[in-house]
Design a protein. Structure first.
Length: 269
């Protein structure tokens, strides 16, 4: 089986290759809901890897809600809704490809603007410093699933002015330009669809949307990007897996006061 490239210069690890190929088989119907996965021994032979690598791949699929594991029985397929795991930091496009789906995007605008107080606070800037703002609708297999409003610090966002943002992954573009996208902090809540959200997502105004707000950082801890992403319900899920022995990757938090540092750019009307 062929391996995939997620971003320039980064090949998938072996367990990621295996889980990505199994996702593709599930999406294509070759492993339908209710069917059992091949045995660990068969998977080891197929990919020429150890049992530990196979178990790592199966654990990722289990965390995404695609398979169920029962003691004494082979893992079986239980889900088809694409899920984004939060233990890895990857782009929407590379995640979609890894699940066997076709990503797409329609850009409404890319513009340089002065940062307002809330956005400046989130990015560690002074109010009025220039940022590059992007508004796109993200697609899966041609269907609108998410509205993306992203603001980049100027020295990062400038790489988008000579890039066709409808052509593919901005994450891959920025990485290829040497931008140090290292980590991110995610916050989730639910919001009602504003008029622009409803129009871009082909849904009703006021419909519930899952919102992810993300601040991306360099390896030195500098904030590079603030993103407000709003998903139609039933199109994407997010998963997190932890144990009693490890610190949880997701924490519960009270919402910030309106207009706080984490407030997103206001939807355009």
């Amino acid at each position: 089986m062929q391996t995939r490239e997620q971003t320039p210069g980064r090949s998938l690890a072996l367990h990621e290759q295996i889980s990505a190929d199994i996702r593709t088989l599930i999406a294509a119907g070759e492993l339908p809901v209710g069917s059992a996965l091949p045995s660990e021994a068969e998977l080891c032979r197929r990919w020429s890897v150890s049992r530990g690598t196979v178990r790592h791949a199966i654990a990722a699929l289990r965390a995404e809600g695609l398979i169920a594991v029962t003691r004494g029985r082979p893992p079986r397929v239980i889900g088809e809704v694409p899920s984004q795991p939060l233990e890895s930091f990857q782009s929407f496009s590379s995640w979609a490809l890894s699940t066997g789906r076709t990503p797409g995007q329609r850009t409404a605008e890319v513009a340089r603007r002065p940062a307002g107080p809330a956005l400046a606070s989130a990015l560690g800037l002074e109010t009025g410093e220039p940022v590059v703002e992007l508004l796109r609708t993200r697609l899966l297999d041609g269907d609108p699933v998410m509205v993306e409003r992203t603001a980049f610090v100027l020295d990062v966002g400038r790489h988008l002015f000579d890039f066709d943002t409808d052509s593919g992954s901005i994450f891959a573009r920025l990485t290829a330009c040497g931008v140090d996208l290292h980590s991110a902090r995610h916050t989730f809540d639910a919001v009602a669809a504003a008029p622009e959200d409803a129009r871009l997502l082909a849904t009703e105004e006021g419909a519930p949307l899952l919102r992810e707000q993300r601040i991306s950082f360099s390896s030195a801890g500098r904030a590079l990007e603030f993103s407000d992403e709003r998903y139609r319900p039933g199109t994407v899920t997010f998963t997190v897996e932890n144990t009693m022995e490890t610190r949880p990757a997701m924490l519960r938090a009270l919402p910030e006061p309106a207009g706080g540092a984490g407030a997103p750019p206001s939807p355009r009307s």
